[in-house]
Design a protein around this ligand. Structure first.
Ligand code: NDP
Ligand code: 8X3
Length: 253
């Protein structure tokens, strides 16, 4: 039986590219997200392209009960998860704190922090039972440097860094590797979601520069996952060449 990877937020962007790449590199994959039709399309396309087995789990990661039920109801063979990629996440809104919306803040905190905790708790338990595992958290440059208009998103990614460091120690003696990848700008649906569906505003973010692409992150995650068992990559900070700091970019307009 091939190793099993569970990738959260596989209906788009980094998660989708990671699911495709892992499936092409000897993993069977569990893909998750809220948009069921996209999970169905991805399942079919991965199976056709790679021959890997795919299992789709449809849930909202902000809902602890949905997360628990989804993992509990996995068939026994699919519970032998050896790689968890905690990727589901978002940024909502881009304004100074006094103008921020509670709804946006709750969405980010509930998804990026609480959702990551819910699924990690469930899957880590399975990994401990199986005697091995690897958890890779998708953090961000926004978890290293805070920027204007990003207080809550940055706070959630600083939290992901803290959670990664604690998990590494919690599982040090459990044969579970833990690390994170912290990307700068990656062109996905991220900015469309951040600007509440405004595609023009989102396109401006990447205007005049070459951002990272989802495949760049997927390749790096595969690299982290494929190191020999004695190697733990704690964190990789990966930036577009044109982005030196969160808001300091070399734009050629
Ligand atoms: P996308 O918007 O393209 O993908 C986000 C994914 O997260 C989707 O599959 C979405 O699925 C899933 N998701 C969001 N909310 C929920 C939820 N409540 N329940 C379940 N799944 C959810 O963005 P990216 O691929 O860019 O983002 C992936 C990760 O990378 C995020 O954690 C983001 O913070 C991080 N990141 C992104 C960067 C970038 O510049 N793009 C840079 C650094 C980090 P669905 O909507 O179907 O539920
Ligand atoms: C996304 C990176 O700098 O656009 O996590 O906030 S940034």
């Amino acid at each position: 039986m091939k190793a099993i990877a569970l990738i959260t937020g596989a209906t788009s962007g980094i998660g989708m590219a990671t699911a495709r790449l892992l499936a092409a590199n000897d993993y069977n994959v569990i893909i998750t997200g809220r948009r069921n039709h996209l999970l169905e399309n991805l399942e079919e396309s991965i199976m056709k392209a790679t021959g890997a087995e795919v299992y789709s789990l449809h849930f909202d990661i902000r809902e602890a009960e949905q997360v628990e039920k989804a993992i509990d109801e996995l068939p026994d063979d699919w519970k032998k998860i050896s790689l968890l990629v905690n990727n589901a996440g978002l940024s909502a809104g881009f304004e100074p704190l006094d103008e921020g919306s509670y709804d946006d803040w709750n969405r980010m905190i509930d998804t990026n922090v609480k959702g990551l905790l819910y699924i990690s708790k469930k899957v880590a338990k399975l990994m401990i039972e199986n005697g091995q595992g690897h958890i890779i958290n998708v953090s961000s440059i926004a978890g290293k440097e805070a920027y204007a208009n990003g207080a809550v998103y940055c706070a959630t990614k600083f939290a992901v860094d803290a959670i990664t460091k604690s998990m590494r120690l919690d599982f040090l003696r459990k044969n579970i590797r833990v690390g994170s990848i912290s990307p700068g700008m990656v062109e996905t649906e991220f900015s469309i979601v951040r600007f509440h569906g405004d595609e023009d505003k989102a396109a401006n973010v990447y205007k005049g520069l070459t951002p990272l692409f989802a495949e760049d992150i997927a390749e790096t995650i595969l690299f982290m996952a494929s190191r020999p068992a004695h190697v733990n990559i704690d964190d990789i900070l990966i930036m577009p060449t044109a982005q030196g700091f969160t808001r300091d970019v070399n734009r050629k307009l």
